[in-house]
Design a protein around this ligand. Structure first.
Ligand code: HEC
Length: 129
């Protein structure tokens, strides 16, 4: 057996470990990340509970609407919400005061979790008898 073949397994192991170390950590649970982004970036304008009453939002000419409005929830598609988040209000036909979030284009699961959070503000339907 030559020296070369004896050295091969540890070399492969080292390369493999290096390969694993270079992998981006998976976005394990996107929901806490989305909540953090909401509190840090969105609540300022949209309010902590999505009522459109954040301190910065209230000062805007076109103040953000309340996400608790059932007719807005019914009329708006997830695609429109996604567009507004990623490309800004103007791209989605709203006020350009809504800033784009280009970094989230690489993080679709976090965007889905943000959409889910916004959808979560939809009021429960009044029970019918
Ligand atoms: C600087 C203030 C500001 C920040 C920060 C902001 N928004 Fe907005 N957002 C707005 C305004 C203003 C509108 C548009 C209101 C209008 O034209 O009716 C809007 C619109 C939207 C809409 C479209 C809803 C609609 O029909 O009005 C969504 C969805 C949205 N924002 C989500 C988010 C999310 C999620 C974040 C955080 C990642 C965020 N926004 C950060 C101000 C802001």
């Amino acid at each position: 057996m030559s020296r070369g073949s004896l050295a091969t397994p540890p070399v492969f192991a080292a390369i493999f470990i290096l390969y694993l170390a270079c992998q981006r950590p998976p976005e394990v649970d996107p929901e806490p990340v989305a909540s953090e982004i909401w509190d840090g970036r969105c609540a300022n304008c949209h309010g902590p509970e999505g009522r459109g009453d954040g301190p910065t939002g209230a000062a805007l000419v076109a103040a953000p609407r309340s996400f608790h409005d059932p007719s807005w929830q019914a009329a708006t598609t997830d695609a429109q919400i996604r567009l507004a988040i990623l490309y800004g209000g103007a791209a989605a036909g709203y006020s350009d005061a809504m800033p784009p979030n280009p970094d989230l284009r690489e993080r679709p699961r976090v965007v889905e979790a943000l959409i889910k959070k916004i959808r979560g503000y939809r009021p429960a339907p009044t029970p019918t008898r």
